[in-house]
Design a protein around this ligand. Sequence first.
Ligand code: ASP
Length: 438
Amino acid sequence: MGIKVAKFGGSSVADAIQINKIKNIIAEDDDIKYVVVSAPGKRFSEDTKVTDLLYLCRTHIEHKLAYEQIFQVICDRYLSMESSLGVDVGMKEELEQIRKNINAETPVDYIASRGEYLNAKLIAAYLGFEFVDAAKVVKFNDKGKFMEERTNEELEKVLSGCDKAVIPGFYGSRIDGSIKTFSRGGSDITGALVARAVKADVYENWTDVSGFLVADPRIVDNPKPISRISYRELRELAYMGASVLHEDAIYPAKVANIPINIRNTNRPQDPGTMITSKPAKLEDGQIISGIAGSKDFTSITVYNSHMIGQKGFIRKMAGILEDHDVTIEHIPSGIETVSVVLNNKIVEGKMEEILEEFDRQLKPEALDVVTDMALIATVGAGMAMRKGTSAKLFTALANADVNIRMIDQGSSEMNIIVGVANKDFEKAIRAIYKAFIG
Ligand code: ASP
């Protein structure tokens, strides 16, 4: 017997059919005590999420346009769910109350939060769980800053008195009672906060995919799922562009050392991905957990044969970039060269000035600029202390006829980043996947 917190995302609670699936999932597992839900998401690809409809209502009101039809679409969705699920939560009256509450002065956060509020009411009734309004337990100060400790205390206090409860995700309230939302996708954060407060053994995050994949399926055919990964490895992959859970959503579970299990509501038989503080014990031969990357970086290499004896060379370089409000991704260096790798989006329109300053302040013998570089990170805690990983990686790239322009291995030995030409990006990822996964 343990305690599980299950958060169901928008597509998992998009209509009565999906809500019935989550009822079955919960019925199968008595450990699921607390359930956090999103607002109804898309039922099919051209559909609109309820949260987007609510924001749209608000924009219409702001511009003095008729919003009633949009609001009616929302009403129809909830009323039909209430009748299909065979529950009575007084949905008509709830909707009427919201309709009365919204006018040009109504804060956007109140309107946006109603999607989760109404869905949690419905789902609580359908599951026979208690409904706990997030406004009561998730707290922000009057400036709108999230109050971590206070929230933890409130959640602990209120949930210790409920055997099983449903809590709407995405919002809470300020001290004065006004509603405040997290950023978009914020129900993941609520789920993690609840998991931390009730000291859950697992935080299950139910979506419409069976966990994370070792590589992007648009590049590699049928990539293997990642069965287990550590928070740190995941962070490295997220940094390199893999879409994973929001950092704010991972944090509360991570500090409380609670594993996060990404699951698929449409395929509950799949084990999904388990995110833990310790890396996986790697099965025979498996040394990497994921490959991720992004295109469109620029590298500027500064050649200066006297660099070694000079003080403050790198500081000057970094200073010039700071003056131009440019962040540095990597600084690979040699005896007579230092390169900086920068994101093209960030340096756009600034390159000429940066190069002039480099020339003036650093007095290089040469400056070399490459603007079409892609970065690929091969991540795996299993790389540390293991010989031959980089040899395998570089051989795979050489055999695929990919020229490596830059190499950077994090000091944690958990990550090898290579820079290749944009045009070689996909080919390189496929070659690395094949070499390590098969
Ligand atoms: N419904 C909100 C959104 O669409 C929050 C969430 O689903 O996590 O962003």
